[in-house]
Design a protein around this ligand. Structure first.
Ligand code: ADP
Length: 310
């Protein structure tokens, strides 16, 4: 078996008396790995430990076989995209990349050709000379990723790259992240608080809740653990009466509540992936119009509590 890219054994991190990670164990292998958990679960703490900006109080964290703590040379192999905004608004995309490349010791023709290559990879060539303050959320995210892959790291860490973006941009970013792995060979760890989004990128996931890994491995096995736990999915649109009836005939549906004004419904389902897969045929069968579809967030919180055995 190949060496784990990341290996966390019994890792705990406290901030004073607040727990960030609690006896956390995980092995990350080549490919894309998703870290999923609600706010405060410990996702950013995990990333900060991986890049060595903070140190675990207990346990061992290894990245490509070595400890990241006080080991800056490790950073050559890691690209990190934090969840916060840090792009200087006054700089153009290409100025930012030149600055970032300089920090990695790139200059001259090498820097110019790598910058052009990375701009193509994130599809930002056309916007390279615009000031980043005018970029949309999705463009900023692309440019953050460009800065993180400029030095061609093996491992790319993406902390909540989809947050705050609309569904169209989210899909584009998901496709781009998949291509960074498939076409350019980066191993990627990506965090999100939305399980279904991560599932569109990978089947290898770790679910975090209050600093603990409550489930890790293949999503289909984790789904097995979840199958007894119903999810609430909200669907809004028009002509939903027929959809509500058809949903009731499906084996994955536990209950359907059609809103009094008929502008939406809440479906309680045991296997949301089957509902998502069935939606195109349900829409064409019933002739309804679906404007939006979402999983209730507090439902995700209760799912994690359920998996954590609380
Ligand atoms: P996530 O990224 O999943 O939202 P975090 O890793 O940011 O989770 O946070 C995990 C826990 O650690 C939370 O309870 C958070 O409030 C706490 N925490 C994170 N960073 C700090 C800090 N610098 N000081 C104090 N508490 C922190």
């Amino acid at each position: 078996m190949t060496m784990a890219i990341v290996s966390a054994k019994g890792v705990s991190k406290w901030y004073g008396n607040v727990i960030g990670l609690n006896n956390f164990n995980m092995e990350v292998r080549s490919g894309i790995t998703g870290i999923v958990g609600p706010n405060g679960a410990g996702k950013s703490t995990f990333f900060k430990l991986l890049v060595g900006t903070i140190r675990a109080n207990m346990g061992e964290m290894l990245v490509m076989g070595k400890s990241p703590w006080k080991n800056p040379s490790q950073l050559r192999g890691i690209g990190f995209c934090p969840d916060y905004e840090y792009l200087p608004a006054d700089l153009t995309g290409v100025e930012f990349l030149n600055l970032a490349g300089g920090l990695h010791g790139l200059s001259g023709q090498r820097l110019a050709s790598r910058t052009a290559e990375v701009l193509r990879m994130v599809e930002m060539t056309d916007a390279r000379d615009r000031r980043m303050g005018g970029y949309s959320k999705g463009m900023k995210q692309r440019m953050k990723i460009a800065g993180a892959i400029l030095h061609d790291p093996k491992l790319l860490l993406l902390d909540e790259p989809l947050s705050g973006t609309d569904p169209v941009v989210r899909k584009e970013l998901i496709d781009m992240i998949k291509a960074l792995n498939k076409d350019h060979g980066h191993d990627i760890i990506v965090s999100s608080h939305v399980l279904f989004e991560v599932e569109r990128m990978t089947h290898e996931v770790a679910l975090l809740y209050k600093g603990r890994a409550v489930a890790t491995g293949d999503i289909s096995e984790i789904r097995g653990l979840m199958s007894n736990h119903p999810h609430h999915i909200v669907i809004e649109g028009q002509g939903l009466v027929g959809l509500a009836k058809s949903l009731l005939d499906r084996p994955f549906t536990v209950s359907v509540h059609l809103w009094p004004d008929r502008s939406g419904l809440t479906a309680e389902v045991s296997r949301p992936d089957e509902l998502f897969d069935s939606m195109p045929s349900l829409i064409s069968e019933t002739g309804c119009q679906v404007d939006s579809m979402r999983s209730l967030d507090d439902d995700l919180e209760s799912l994690f509590k359920y998996l954590a055995g609380w």
